[in-house]
Design a protein around this ligand. Sequence first.
Ligand code: BV8
Ligand code: ZN
Length: 246
Amino acid sequence: MYPDEIIQKLKKYEKVVLLTGAGISAESGISTFRGARGQWEKVDPMKLATPESFAKDPKFVWEWYEARRRQLALAEPNAGHEILAWMEEFFPQVTLVTQNVDRLHQKAGSRHPIELHGSIWMVRCVGGCGEWEDRHELVNLPPKCPHCGALLRPGVVWFGEGLPPEPWAEAEKAARNCDAFLIIGTSALVYPAAALPEGPMRLGKLVIEINPEETPLSGQVTLSIHAGAGEALKSLREKLIKNEVD
Ligand code: BV8
Ligand code: ZN
């Protein structure tokens, strides 16, 4: 799966960036957006995950989010999440950037995942009282702010909304300075997150993609591994540790 010379190089690197998408949570039973059981097939997320649809029908949008929250409440991190957390012990500096809103990376022990698209566990007052984590089952939808009575919205980034400036700047900085960039479980269709690997690829850094399917990045990366994250990351960890012993 991994040519030896790539392992030899990777082992010596200090700064590794990991970019994950919905595919890293697939093996935790969370349907991806565009996959076979993609949530986006049932509803059109391009329509639902937007400020316009929330303004038009906040209850319906919240029914979709609360259904996903309930599915996530039962989900556990999988081997892929765990091995990405382990990498923070193996490499001197790991920056995990995720497009996911499920916080399974935190549950697996990743110390500081950069959440480009926010989190489904965060709720935000549209009246400006701020945002906070609320993992309870939200029964009266759409939920109202306990402080001012205004609507609460999911603390995620919708289509047409800008990414949170600090996380985005942190992710860009890490991508600019990395020695290696791993892309795991993303269809690389959603921007600007999908543009993150462009810098490292242009600079000729080691860029590895792990995805059972082809993506627009597959032809441009150093190594494209067509396998699921669990299997591919288990094999990568074995190779990294094995050489450690030799
Ligand atoms: C913005 C949160 C401007 C909500 C999400 C060019 C430049 C800038 C913007 C655009 C642009 N072109 C188009 C745009 C607009 C838009 C966009 O990118 N549209 C695309 C679809 C064409 N972008 C935006 O609107 C962004 N905002 O740029 O605004 C702006 C700037 C300043 C000021 C104001 C405005 C905002 C984008 C964020 C949208 N929010 N999520 C929610 O979750 O409900 S995006 C959503 O898609 C999720 O976050 C998800 O993470 C993300 C990407 O999807 P993936 O993670 O890749 O998941 P997917 O299902 O697609 O793929 C899964 C992959 O896993 C597959 O490849 C599959 O093969 C693989 N897989 C399956 N099983 C496994 C596996 N891999 C490994 N192992 C397995 N077992
Ligand atoms: Zn409020």
